[in-house]
Design a protein. Sequence first.
Lengths: 236, 305, 280
Amino acid sequence: MKAFRLIAFFILLFFAKSSSAQVSANANRLLHSIYAKLQKATDYSVQANIKVDMPFIRMLPIDAKIYFKQKNKFKVESKSIAVVPRQGFDQASKMLADTNAFNALVQGTEMINNVQTSVVNIIPVADTSDLILGKFWIDEKQKLILKSKLTTRSNGTIVTEYFYGAQAQYALPDKMIFQVDVKKFKMPAGTTTDQAAAAKKKEESQDEKDKKGKIIITLTNYQVNKGIPDDFFKKK
Amino acid sequence: MAASEKIVEVKNLVKHYGKFKAVENVSFDVYRGDVFGFLGPNGAGKSTTIRTMLSLIRPTSGELHLFGKSLSHNRNYILRKIGCIVEKPDFYKYLSAQKNIEIFARVSGISVDKKKVQEIIEFVGLKGREKDKVGGFSHGMKQRLGIAQTLIHDPELIILDEPTTGLDPQGIIDIRNLILQLKNERNKTIVLSSHILSEIELIANRLVIINKGKSLVQGSVSELLNAQELIVSFTVDHLEKATALLEQAQMQQAINKIEDKNLLLHISQQEIPVVNKLFCDNGVNVFSIESKRKLEDYFLKLISA
Amino acid sequence: MFWRSTYNEFLKIAAKPRSYIGVGAITLIIALILFALKIDGHNFISFATRPFEQSLSFEGNILNGNLVAFIILQMLIIHVPLLIALVTGDLISGESAMGTIRLLLTKPISRTSLLFSKYLAGCIYTLVFLLWMGFIALVVGKYLFGTGDLVVLNSDGLIILQDHDLGWRFFTGFLTSYLSLIMIATLSLTFSCFSENSIGPIVSTMAVIILFNIMGALNVEFLQKIQPYLFTTHMLAWRSFFEDPLPVGKIVTSITVLLTHIVVLLAVATYKFNRKDILS
């Protein structure tokens, strides 16, 4: 009996390990296929409408034009001041570029907007990596990221939702919603000279801090693979 | 000319500053065509009275009527007819003489006529200096400019408060001549305040004397002074003998004062040679005969009383 | 007569050297600010965006002419009142010191008319001053820094106002600043009616502004009750036009307080000037 239990334990361990390895291999394969799809668009330009719904920031939606070129050239052109996530729009692509830099693990499935997605966790290999933890909700059939949650040392945690339309073949979304952690937003004390009582505003600001901040970017009129020169992205 | 028309009527004018009584029941009248002297020592209340007439100071009580109207109810109407210099004439130093006159002309109720401004400036003897900044003017020139600004709107009454203060002898003569010109050529009524008796005596026909805020006497200069009588000073070698001779001639009441070797006699012009002969015939040597200003004596008597 | 007198008063202001001291000083100050911002403006503006920079990036021409004009308006809350008071505080007391008040008040113009003509001339000077300041700040600022949206940092966060929405805001903001400066002009003119020298009203005006600013900043219960009534509390009312949504109630209150102060001070000045014995 005792021997039977021991043998059963080792058989289970073998299968667990091999299934874990299998799961890990699956995750890497999935991420690789996502990355490959993302690489299809070598460059693109798109009209963007950027709406900021965030505590401590009030502004009207603005129109901008976004330019991107592989691997990491990014430019926003706008007559107005645009508030965008610090990490840019191509964080996912950057993360997935080097599959050796992280360990990926599928952690089950979840329904996102009536689509079944695989939840893949990414843990960086190096302790010094900027990424602390990543999580992707991936539509396996379409090979599209529907949601991501990236926690980095430099930019905190940003949750991004992706909505696709005509440019799904290039994994280019029609709409992105970025959720930003606003707890660390702190107004400089005593620097403003407006009439509002600072004390009263401090009270209100505490409530604001509990909220999430959102940036909603609607993207239209993609021009993909038209050949944008490298010079275009150089800062004047 | 209706010499009896009253232009200025001041009745029982009172001005107190707390407990200090600057002016107390001062009354006088000024008639059209007068050169009216307003006489008193320093601190008598002349400036206060004049400033009250010009609405620079609010009276504590009393009545002020000019041109037949009450000053308190017809200020602008009255001031339109008055030109004045109050103490020293001050102007905008950073502006030219011409610009200064234009500024005062505008608020005097007349349109600025550059030709007229030029004429007035020439009249007061400042031709060629109209473009110069007043900051560079001497006191005499400012005084002339002051008179120019009193005339620019052709007033009926001119009030001059101590117009010759700070002037040299030539300046005093010039201003005096200017005043006489205003009276004779332009038919102005002039009120002239001063503590310098010679000024008043030479040009005023009527005067009021005030002291310590009170008016002492007013009337025509000739009435007040009685031109027949003079104060004549005889400088002699024997005063006692001279006095005795006058007693013998029953003229002792003519003795006004005895000062050192001077005998001051209250006599008429005709009596001067008589007294001189009396002294010479009786061995009293006469070294000089001088006719003293009557007004000065009268004035000093009044204010010391 | 009133308009002639006003013309006179404006001529006098225009002829006085001190009128140009104020204009010259403000030109120099603004030139220095423009120069400093040109050299190191990006560090200055990062102060406003720093609280958000961990998660957000601001793309576009933040340091533009609109922001520069806004900064200039803010930084001159003490300087400009002093330069205005330099001229308006001298309107009555300067004439007393010079002695010209004697001649002026013997002219057939009522003292009230004369006072108001001086006041109006002072208001015109203030307007010219502010227009000049606005010109350098906005026009020269835009020439040097270009145009763009305005980023305003308030105690409750950041507001980004779009360029096309700024014209009317600056216009109304300047109008309200003008009202604040008229308040200063009125205060200094009132002091001028009580003084026989030029320096007293200017120093008194600045002392009142500084004192009221300190009283407005202190967190003391007793003072908090009177703070809403201090005119210095409302001198920055122009800033309200750069909030979104527009705090209409706050703006109306500020304008009302400033106007009330102006009316009361003018009444005091008129009373004093009419009853004053001219002894100088």
